[in-house]
Design a protein around this ligand. Structure first.
Ligand code: EPU
Length: 458
């Protein structure tokens, strides 16, 4: 299969996991989105909290679990390892790790095709079974996405890593021990790797240059409920004192910041008005500042945030993606669509991934004026010094968006196509829709609730 077919297959598989009726959406754009949607639980917390359940001696209960295909994939992987996964009601998972067993490599490999989560099973599996087999990793097509930080951290804790044609086999004959680790970059996944491995290692682990995203803080909260001892210092250092046993947890997932920001941008670019129930100011502060500078209006309420277009024109801005508390790399895609409608020239620097502007090609096809500079731009207004990984997109607006026939390339890029199509003055077809269900729950129902005009086709 070539990569176009593979992507289409991934999209169909992901859509099938959540019962999506078809893999193409035909959107008749130009209507403001208005109404209320609920932000689901955070994909990037829920999936990790599910893995953490493997570490417990008793069942865990996770609430506000989003109805997305990445959650389904992690459920199946846990089941492959003998964890009983049940859902007594929508949005709640009970994860019982009483009978953890070795999984068949082929089974994990088949599941892993579309997810990057398997790497995070290492620590829990080493503690439970003394061995972890990690197949080739998938996830979004947004660059190489290496796992060297993960493997180096595991080695520092005493793991032995063997690479084979099937994937990676990790063992820890003498168990894992606490270590002093400094990450070359505050990687979200590598920080989670260390947390999930060090909580039951012998001794104390000191992790310098850790990521401190709200989803990581929520994972620390989950682990603390299980019996872990973890503290953080202001300079991005996390200390983990290993303990002998952990129990199950009961935890309500943090809301999805990426979903909330995506709906906010949808409101602004369609000149609409959306109340995102469950969105919280604290975790969105950096996004809210940019939203306001662009010219969007918002009102923070007790139970959510209302986002709307207050009339008039939108303003060009300069933004660079960064680790928390910076502007998230997952927010730039919907923002770029908004910036196609702003007056003047905006610049978005991507400093987290090396290749995350591929999605802009289709926006250009729709009428946007976007030029991507693969090696970034020298600019006197940069807040962060130049990093090795850096692309810049220069967006000049406003340009009317027209209908087009486009294929979703990845999760966040895909949602940005939906909102571009909703803002366009004609009909668009967006295929590979299933990829969006990896991270946006019930998005088709939510679009309908907001008054979008569309049909789903196969
Ligand atoms: N990196 C390495 N080596 C490693 C690990 C990371 O070089 O071993 C590099 C990556 O290539 C990248 C940078 O470090 O350039 C940051 O990667 P990070 O590890 O922080 O990202 P991640 O854990 O793979 C998670 C989210 C992403 C989100 C990023 C940044 C999950 C499942 N994924 O990825 O979410 O963009 O953190 O916040 O939590 C998404 O939700 O669409 C998504 C891609």
């Amino acid at each position: 299969m070539d990569s176009v077919d593979e992507l289409a297959q991934d999209a169909r598989n992901a859509g099938a996991e959540v019962g999506l009726a078809g893999d193409t959406i035909v959107i008749r754009g130009g209507k403001p989105l208005r109404g209320e949607v609920s932000a689901g639980g955070a994909k990037n917390l829920a999936t990790k909290a599910m893995v953490a359940a493997l570490l417990g001696e008793s069942p865990s209960i996770l609430q506000d679990v989003p109805a997305i295909s990445d959650v389904q994939i992690v459920s199946r992987m846990l089941e492959a390892y003998g964890v009983a996964v049940t859902s007594p009601e929508d949005g709640v998972l009970v994860l019982d790790p009483a009978n953890v067993v070795r999984a068949h490599f082929a089974q994990i490999d088949a599941l892993a095709g579309s997810s990057r989560i398997p790497i995070l099973f290492c620590g829990p599996l080493l503690h439970r079974l003394g061995e972890a087999l990690i197949p080739d990793l998938g996830g979004c097509r947004i660059g190489d996405r290496p796992i060297d930080f993960h493997l180096d951290a595991l080695r520092a804790m005493g793991a032995i890593v063997d690479k084979s044609y099937e994937g990676i086999r990790i063992t820890a004959p003498d168990g894992l021990t606490g270590a002093n680790i400094e990450l070359p970059f505050p990687s979200v996944g590598a920080t989670e790797q260390v947390l999930l491995s060090a909580v039951r290692a012998r001794g104390v682990t000191e992790l310098k240059n850790a990521a401190i995203e709200p989803e990581i803080m929520d994972l620390i909260a989950v682990l603390q409920k299980m019996g872990a001892i973890i503290w953080t210092e202001a300079d991005r250092t996390i200390f983990i004192e290993g303990v002998d046993t952990l129990t199950g947890y009961t935890h309500r997932s943090l809301f999805d910041r990426n979903e909330a920001a995506s709906w906010a941008c949808a409101a602004l670019v369609t000149r609409g008005d959306i109340f995102v129930k469950g969105a919280r100011q604290q975790e969105l502060m950096t996004f809210l500042n940019v939203f306001r500078k662009v010219g969007g209006a918002f009102d923070v309420r007790e139970d959510g945030i209302r986002f709307w277009h207050p009339g008039g024109s939108l303003n060009a801005v300069q933004v660079e993606t960064d680790v928390h508390p910076g502007f998230m790399t997952d927010w730039q895609q919907p923002l770029v669509v908004v910036l196609t409608q702003a007056e003047g020239t905006s610049i978005v620097h991507e400093t987290v991934y090396e290749n995350r502007f591929g999605f802009t090609d289709a926006l250009v096809e729709m009428g946007a004026d976007i030029v991507v500079h693969q090696d970034g731009l020298a600019s006197v207004t940069r807040r962060v010094p130049r990093r090795k990984l850096e692309q810049a997109a220069v967006i000049t607006g406003p340009t009317p968006l027209h209908g087009a026939d486009v294929r979703v390339p990845d999760l966040r890029g895909g949602f940005s196509y939906l909102i571009a199509a909703l803002a366009a003055d004609a009909t668009s077809r967006v295929s590979n829709l299933g990829l969006i269900s990896r991270g946006y729950e019930h998005f088709v129902d939510k679009l309908a609730a907001l008054g979008a005009d569309f049909d789903i086709e196969d």
